[in-house]
Design a protein around this ligand. Sequence first.
Ligand SMILES: [Zn+2]
Length: 225
Amino acid sequence: MMRSTRMRDYQSALVGLGYDPGALDGTWGPKTAAATRALLAAAGAPYTSTPADPVKVPATAAAPVARFDSPAYSDMERTFGPAGGPDCTAGKVALPMPLRLAWEPAKTVTSFRCHRLLAPAFTSIFVEAVAHYGEARFRQMRLDLFGGCFADRPMRSGTRKSTHAWGAAVDVDPERNQLSWGRDRASLAAPEYEVWWKLVEAHGAVSLGRAEDRDWMHFQFCRAK
Ligand SMILES: [Zn+2]
């Protein structure tokens, strides 16, 4: 069971989004779980009752997994609309604990914007991961160092739009997972992150590190090439 002021912040965020988590008591109970399920169901994203690649996540094992199947890059516009368009920031991810901004760790956020269709899946990834690891461990593993989601920019190499331009990608701990680093240097390639990546993949997202051994900070709702 999670019980914390951070969980209370998450419950407040649920209220702010129009859901009822019951008493704001900092405890992950049936009402908070139900509100989370409602939040995950709300955006009309493709939705399944069991993860494709199940992992044991006791705190929310009864909750359905909000999965969004990643399109190929050539189908990004058909799936998500124009890069940088209004839908790309219309989703709001309510976080179960504050994330530190990787470029300014003294600042934290309790939510971030993403594509309208991806809010349930991104939310579920963070909720399930924090439930699995616990807040302290999640922070110790630097999974709370948020490197950003929506950014309307080209890929760092080339002129094609980055998947960030659709609000379809998230970066984690960029300092220790730099773009050109492989699994020999990237911290997120370590075995202790296996459950994190299993969760990311169970929700339909793709790790460029796991798929292509580059850009380990980055996961996206777009298939690797
Ligand atoms: Zn990225």
